[in-house]
Design a protein around this ligand. Structure first.
Ligand code: URA
Length: 196
């Protein structure tokens, strides 16, 4: 009998927890595979774990995570309704940006998560996951200030998918007006999800 989603995801998460494909695997406390529903219609993809995520092995549990929780709550969703992950699953030292090599080593895990969960909407949070995901689905990345909240439609082997890049929630901590931009983009997301 073929493996179900649950089993495939559990196996994949285990593989990520034990991964040593790049040097970040030696430096981390915990790898952070992702969390939420394996049947989620929407998947959020951040950049990489920070200090608290590395400590707890869970995505978006620090200050940026609080912003994300509030945005989700604002459109009537909780973490159990969505799947949250990152493009790089281990914390880069001092929270520096992930390198191209790290993204290359780690992104096959994200590809597998997408293939198993089969979300209808993917929300890249911030420029690193935006760049990777737009290219993956055949689009040219542009500055996040220009394309946040824009809908990109693509065909996949499992059906049509929407990619809707947004600012990274941490950006709203440093530039408070971006919180309003995020709120508006989440409102658009709510409408899209209601129409699915
Ligand atoms: N920032 C991210 O991009 N991901 C996390 O999990 C936490 C902070």
């Amino acid at each position: 009998m073929p493996m179900g989603k649950e089993e495939l995801m559990r196996k994949l998460e285990e593989k990520i927890r034990n991964c040593r494909k790049c040097p970040l695997g030696q430096l981390r406390t915990n790898a952070v595979p992702g969390s939420g529903s394996y049947d989620a219609k929407v998947m959020f993809v951040g950049e990489a774990p920070g200090y608290w995520e590395d400590q707890k092995g869970l995505p978006f549990v620090g200050r940026a995570g609080k912003v994300l929780d509030e945005l989700l709550e604002g459109i009537g969703l909780s973490r159990d309704d969505v799947y949250i992950t990152n493009i790089v699953k281990c914390r880069p030292p001092e929270n520096r940006d992930p390198t191209e090599e790290e993204i290359r080593a780690c992104s096959p895990y994200l590809d597998m998560q997408i293939d198993i969960i089969r979300p209808k909407v993917i929300v890249p949070l911030g420029r690193h996951s935006m760049g990777y995901l737009l290219r993956k689905f055949g689009f040219e990345p542009e500055p996040i200030s220009k394309i946040h909240g824009k809908v990109f439609r693509a065909n996949t082997l499992f059906g049509r998918i929407i990619i809707m890049p947004m600012y990274h929630p941490a950006a709203a901590l440093y530039k408070p007006p971006l919180r309003e931009e995020l709120r508006k983009d989440f409102e658009k997301l709510r409408k899209i999800l209601n129409e699915l």
